[in-house]
Design a protein around this ligand. Structure first.
Ligand code: BG6
Length: 487
């Protein structure tokens, strides 16, 4: 209750219609996330109606939820908490159609006994999204409702425009919450705090002081059971056009007039408007060896499991500053960093063998892991005789705050925001359509995919792409372990 009183939870009880309730995302994130929100008292009453193609009843769905929690819940599930959660679950198979869904929602609403709101969460592949939206319309479940849509929002400009137009036939734009879970990550929001709550860095946050920026999200994960989704999506649509570009916007946007949804979206969309179209010759597409042999993958698949690219934001703040983005599956390490390289000093008075500049320029780095970190690297004198320089760093780890237990997982944070009607961390139709527009040259003429070894850092041309600079991962980025300071 305390949390509701603090105003972080929604005002009204919620009926959640979770479509795709037995799928990968629901099991990994949404069911554990909803469990935590309910159990921790963030929501003043909740009912969850699972919907999927599976022919289950409410008890069958409870089994799915229980095994999802056993496998993926980050926090302990006590028997009492599980009992309470199981009691709010219900299920309607998709085949039962709109009337059965309507009935289940009405039943759930009646059981909550006071004014409620509806949250429809669509965790379904793109091809299934519109039929589900129409079914919600047919079932009369649009009123008092918000709808959370999972990416990808279309597959190119034309399909995104058409998807948005069809969505708007049923739901008003204010009801639509397009989720990008990277924006729900605590460290992503910390970029805004860091930039706009401090006077220190904002004056140098521009082309006069920043040389280039890297957004690097290698993953060790493979496809899991997602071959069907991934084959049609690929790394660019799965990660870049959604997550990496959204993070880029937080990093590059002008100060918003306030921390409200409209001013923030406006500034992000200005960044997207200033982006130059992605040139195919600035892109390296890769595919890990063995991908084509995986179950559900076309033996001649051209889908990229890796992508690296250079892009430009052609405005007064960023003209001429390259932004390098990289992400891929089955790479050597799983990391999520934004790394900002500052310009080097114009002249050096240090002796030739001092080591100045030998480890790249000064960097500010954000780690977007849940237990996030930040560091500022710079040259300093190595203790002892003479003048030898070493790359040193100031580092901050969120664990240092002692508040790491307070962090909401990205989906938890965003589900709660959607229930409250707060669109600050959600993306807009306009922004997404613009991102597809800048992607058009690449989508129309993608460079060939190049093979890379599993466990590597991608195909070789990624180094040419970034030359004369170098990828900071894996060579330069070492975090101190906050649990092992050696003191
Ligand atoms: C998802 C992508 O949106 O983000 C996945 O579909 C990817 O392919 C995942 O692995 C990465 O998210 P996180 O939160 O684990 O960095």
């Amino acid at each position: 209750m305390a949390k509701i009183q603090q105003g972080v939870g929604p005002q009204y009880p919620q009926v959640v219609v979770l479509v795709g309730a037995t799928g990968d995302l629901a099991r990994r994130k949404l069911l554990p996330g909803l469990f935590h929100l309910v159990n921790a008292g963030f929501i003043p009453g909740c009912r969850i109606i699972g919907v999927s193609l599976d022919d289950l009843d409410a008890d069958g769905f409870r089994d799915v939820a229980r095994s999802a929690l056993d496998e993926f819940a980050a926090r302990k599930v006590s028997p009492a908490a599980w009992e309470a959660f199981a009691a709010i679950l219900d299920y309607v198979p998709l085949a039962a159609g709109a009337p059965a869904l309507r009935e289940a929602v009405q039943r759930a609403e009646a059981s909550l006994g006071r004014e409620t709101r509806r949250l429809h969460y669509l965790s379904v592949p793109p091809s299934a999204a519109l039929p589900v939206v129409r079914m919600l319309g047919e079932a009369g479940l649009v009123e008092n409702a918000r709808i959370v849509m999972e990416k990808p929002f279309g597959t190119d400009l034309q399909s995104a425009v058409s998807l948005n137009a069809h969505l708007h036939e049923v739901f008003a734009e204010e009801q639509i919450f397009r989720i990008d879970h990277f924006l729900g990550k605590e460290p992503a929001q910390n970029i805004l705090a860091f930039r706009f709550a401090n006077g220190l860095f904002e004056p140098i946050w521009n082309r006069n002081f920043i040389d280039h920026v890297q957004i690097d999200v290698p993953e060790t994960l493979g496809l899991g059971k997602r071959a069907g989704f991934y084959e049609q999506t690929g790394a660019y649509r799965d990660m870049v056009v959604t997550h990496l570009f959204q993070i880029l916007a937080f990093m590059a946007m002008e100060p918003p007039t306030s921390l409200e949804p409209v001013p923030i979206s406006e500034e992000k969309n200005k960044v997207f408007r200033s982006m130059l179209p992605i040139a195919p010759h600035d892109v390296v597409r890769g595919q890990y060896s063995g991908y084509r042999k995986e179950e559900g993958v076309d033996p001649e698949s051209d889908t990229e499991t890796f992508i690296a690219l250079k892009c430009h934001i052609d405005n007064w703040r960023w003209a001429g500053v390259p932004f390098y983005l990289r992400t891929g599956k089955r790479m050597a390490q799983g990391q999520r960093i934004i790394s900002i390289a500052f310009r080097e000093p114009p002249k050096s008075m240090f002796p030739p063998n001092s080591g100045v500049g030998s480890q790249g320029p000064d960097h500010l780095t954000f780690d977007l892991a849940d237990a996030s970190k930040m560091s500022l690297s710079f040259y300093g004198k190595r203790p002892g005789p003479g003048m030898r320089l070493d790359k040193l760093s100031l580092q901050f780890a969120m664990r240092d705050t002692g508040l790491i237990g307070e962090v909401l997982e990205a989906y938890e944070r965003l589900i709660l925001d959607a229930m409250r009607g707060d669109r600050t961390l959600f993306t807009t139709a306009e922004g997404i359509e613009r991102l597809w527009q800048v992607s058009t040259p690449l989508l129309e003429q993608p460079p060939p995919v190049r093979l890379y070894e599993q466990g590597s850092w991608g195909p070789k041309p990624v180094h040419q792409l970034i030359a004369p600079h170098a990828w900071r991962l894996p060579f330069e980025r070492v975090w101190r372990d906050p649990d092992n300071t050696g003191s």
